[in-house]
Design a protein around this ligand. Structure first.
Ligand code: ZN
Length: 332
């Protein structure tokens, strides 16, 4: 057969473009539906969002072994960290080559999104990076942990011990970190003690800034994606940090179903709120390091972090198509 059946992904694209609801067609998963979702993800991604199509690569059916987890984390932590940088007038990157930490500066202190792997990174990259950028780490009032994996919470206890910020995570991921961790590693700091549990639609306000939390389950059961305003000169943009991206939970069709739903819901919300900035908590997905370099070289040029509403929609659609491909692959 020459032409692969493409109507399901095309219906989605049409729905995204025109708000027409996609028909509730349940196509029987096949090699052809997998290929069609992958092809659609690549088409939507074009050149600018190519990094996201890595999500379409076959995901392992089983969780990695402890040795694989430890070796993978060690290799990532060993990478030379990028320079910290200012993405917007009120948003700063203080992460590593593997994991992002974003500092939102408000009129009454700092909200940090994610705390990196461990105390060492919290000290060198978060505190060190903030000082380099002229921010005072003692001003950190909240640490938002996007999900309960150690690369996002590992440095939290160090920051709590020093600056006493409140820690924000979803109820389900607090429960996971309190009971049975999905991933554990000696390279990670221990999970923080339960503090603020947020539900879908909750928000925190600090000074002039409100951060809304949306549950986008899939990567973990309680992944949270924060949405907030960012400023660039006189312009205000609406930013979303996607809280958990990879399919590293093995063959788990309900999880993929949650992920597919989450991308759909967030694409509607992003359209309604004119979200024109989509950030990741891993710089490999959103090109943060290259964008910061570009901003440093040409501070007067258009801010490369401002994607525009259609490109944010396209990004969510690429992730959704890859989740559909992965779901179909596991359903064969
Ligand atoms: Zn994770």
């Amino acid at each position: 057969m020459k032409n692969l059946p493409r109507f399901a992904p095309l219906a989605l694209a049409a729905a995204l473009a025109g708000g027409v609801p996609a028909p509730a067609l349940a196509q029987t998963p096949s090699q052809a539906t997998v290929a069609a979702h992958v092809e659609e993800a690549k088409r939507l991604a074009g050149e600018d969002l190519k990094a996201l199509t890595g999500l379409c690569a076959p995901a392992p059916a089983a969780r990695p072994s402890q040795a694989e987890v430890d070796n993978g984390i060690a290799a990532q932590i060993a990478r030379t960290p990028p320079e910290p940088g200012k993405a917007f007038d009120n948003l700063y990157f203080v992460g590593s080559a593997w994991v992002s930490a974003w500092a939102i500066k408000t009129s009454d202190g700092i909200i940090l999104i994610d705390a990196l792997n461990n105390a060492l990174e919290a000290g060198s990259l978060i505190e060190g990076g903030m000082r380099k950028l002229g921010l005072d780490p003692a001003q950190i009032k909240y640490v938002v942990v996007t999900h309960g994996h150690g690369d996002h919470y590992g440095g939290a206890n160090y920051l709590v011990g020093k600056y006493h910020p409140r820690i924000v995570m979803s109820e389900l991921d607090w429960k996971m970190t309190e009971t049975r961790l999905e991933f554990a590693s000696a390279a990670w700091g221990a999970p923080p003690k339960r503090d603020i549990a947020v539900a879908d639609g909750d928000s925190i306000t600090l000074g002039d800034t409100r951060v809304a939390f949306h549950l986008t389950p899939g990567h973990t059961l309680g992944t949270v994606s924060p949405v907030f305003d960012v400023k660039s000169g006189s312009a205000t943009h609406r930013a979303m940090v996607w809280g958990g991206t990879a399919f590293n939970f093995g063959n788990n069709i309900p999880r993929l179903g949650s992920y597919i739903d989450a991308t759909g819901r967030m694409s509607t919300l992003a359209q309604q709120q004119n979200v024109d900035v989509l950030l990741s908590n891993h710089p490999g997905y959103d090109g943060t390091v290259a964008k910061l370099d570009a901003l440093r070289k040409q501070p007067a040029a258009a801010n490369p972090f401002v994607l525009g509403v259609p490109t944010v929609q396209r990004s969510l659609a690429v992730m959704r198509e890859c989740a559909l491909a992965t779901r179909d692959r596991f359903s064969l």
